[in-house]
Design a protein around this ligand. Structure first.
Ligand code: SF4
Length: 460
């Protein structure tokens, strides 16, 4: 749907986030052939809003204040759409957990839910889910310390829905040994500096790409500097077709205590339709192997909005994962982003919402609690990504990174570092291109080492 949106300065950037919630919305400021026009005119301390498509026309005048403006625009677009344009109300373009955590701190959980519904216009179920996630996750955050993220950007093949920086393993095979050597050296220097300057390491997270696309020997070399470090230590074995017993032995020796084995949805028809080159059987075998390895917590990711899914089928998959020993299950909603093969959602909004309702109900029946939640643009049916876990199995790294509560040191190509404290972070991103990373790593590492030293000196 082509939307012509005209609004002065900051009203445009605030309002466009709500317009993007409309299905297939494409927003232009100047266009002749629009399907919907949204016009905002500024008067003397007031705004005049008009939403029209020719047949439908609604006009309102509100005080020129952000709250009144966003609420009026949300309600007018919902009137045009014959129902709320999002169950997340005007809580869009911001981190929902941060807003909810502030409200819970100030008002307590019950009043926070009320405020989210009345002021932010959330659906009651969404407000409850968000406050539950904040209540479970936020109390675990630590005042001191930092996290480390290690990037392994290679994958054996590209999934159709992927918009990550994933590099084809075959094309980069000749460079991987150099990459591993360089990233291991970067990790070693950063950990030595953490020890030297007394920084606590709360969590080490190895993500991708697909870390297990590397051979066991390469992973052993990469993880060696972190071996024996006493903290949460996670490795994503994203693609089950890459995980072997030899990988698991390497992880055990290194002290890895969380592993993620993912299918996104273990049904053969779905896997084939989204370009995952493995079967459901391979996934369940890899999951069993990971659980039997006795590393600690096993996580598995699912995505709502893939072809062939039904509410009953999705709930049954969750039960099977839990029975197989997954203590953590993350439920994402398919987000369409630039870089992905697919251009439109596989399922319609009502189907995705029904699946989410069945999935969350099954989680609850099995004793899994939500403990972090975040949203992205273009998610199936304006849903959300939610981390669920059995008590005691929550992933610290995910809670802290979504809350943006502590510094992160990034290692490897494309890894982002967040350097700073108390909501004032400087972002430093290693080049995504492996050759660029190898060329520029020293300089970027030095800046992280300097920050570790300065941050230590500036604290009591
Ligand atoms: S395994 Fe993950 S990172 Fe790799 S191509 Fe598939 S979705 Fe992308």
């Amino acid at each position: 749907m082509l939307i012509k949106f005209q609004a002065p300065g900051p009203w445009w950037s605030r309002g466009v986030q709500l317009l993007w919630l409309l299905p297939q919305a494409q927003v232009e400021t100047e266009t002749e052939n629009w399907d919907l026009a949204v016009l905002v005119e500024e008067g003397n301390q007031e705004l005049s809003l008009t939403v029209t498509n020719g047949n439908f026309r609604e006009q309102r005048v509100v005080p020129a204040r952000p709250w009144e403006y966003l609420q009026a625009l949300f309600l007018m677009l919902s009137q045009y759409s014959l129902g709320p344009i999002s169950p997340w109300g005007v809580l869009t373009g911001v981190r929902p957990g941060k807003i909810a955590a502030g409200l819970v701190d100030k008002l307590g959980p019950a009043k926070a839910v009320e405020e989210l519904c009345e002021k932010w216009l959330l659906h009651l179920d969404n407000a409850r889910l968000l406050v539950a996630a904040v209540n479970n996750g936020y109390p675990l955050l630590r005042e001191k310390g930092l996290c480390l993220y290690i990037s392994v950007p290679f994958c054996p093949s590209r999934c159709d829905y992927c918009s990550f920086a994933s590099l084809p393993l075959d094309r980069w095979r000749g460079k991987i040994d150099s990459y591993v050597r360089q990233a291991a050296a970067e990790l070693k220097e950063l950990l030595l500096a953490c020890r030297r300057y007394g920084h606590l390491v709360n969590s080490i997270y190895v993500g991708g790409g697909t870390p297990t696309a590397l051979s066991p020997r390469q992973l052993e070399e990469l993880l060696a500097p972190a071996a024996g470090w006493e903290c949460e230590f996670t490795v994503e074995a994203g693609r089950p077709d890459t995980l072997t017993r030899e990988h698991l032995a390497v992880f055990k020796d290194a002290g890895v205590n969380r592993i993620s084995v993912n299918s996104q949805y273990p049904e053969d028809r779905t896997l084939a339709a989204i370009g995952r080159r493995h079967t459901a059987k391979q996934f369940y075998e890899a999951l069993d192997m990971a659980v039997s390895a006795g590393l600690g917590i096993v996580n598995s990711d699912l995505i709502i909005g893939l072809p062939g899914q039904t509410p009953e089928g999705f709930a049954a998959v969750i039960s099977r994962l839990a029975a197989a020993g997954a203590g953590n299950i993350t439920i994402h909603a398919l987000a369409l982003k630039r870089g992905a093969e697919i251009r439109q959602q596989y399922l319609d909004g009502a189907e995705s919402r029904a699946i989410a309702a069945a999935a969350y109900a099954r989680m609850d029946e099995l004793g899994f609690q939500p403990y972090y939640l975040y949203r992205q643009r273009n998610m199936a049916s304006n849903l959300e990504n939610v981390g669920f876990g059995l008590p005691g199995s929550y992933c610290y790294y995910n809670i802290a990174s979504i809350a943006e509560s502590e510094p992160v040191l990034g290692v490897g190509a494309g890894a982002a570092s967040k350097l700073g404290r108390a909501d004032s972070f400087i972002s430093l991103v290693n080049p995504r291109d492996v050759n660029q990373y190898l060329a520029r790593c020293e300089d970027l590492l030095q800046r992280k080492l300097n920050w570790l030293q300065v941050d230590k000196q500036s604290r009591p």
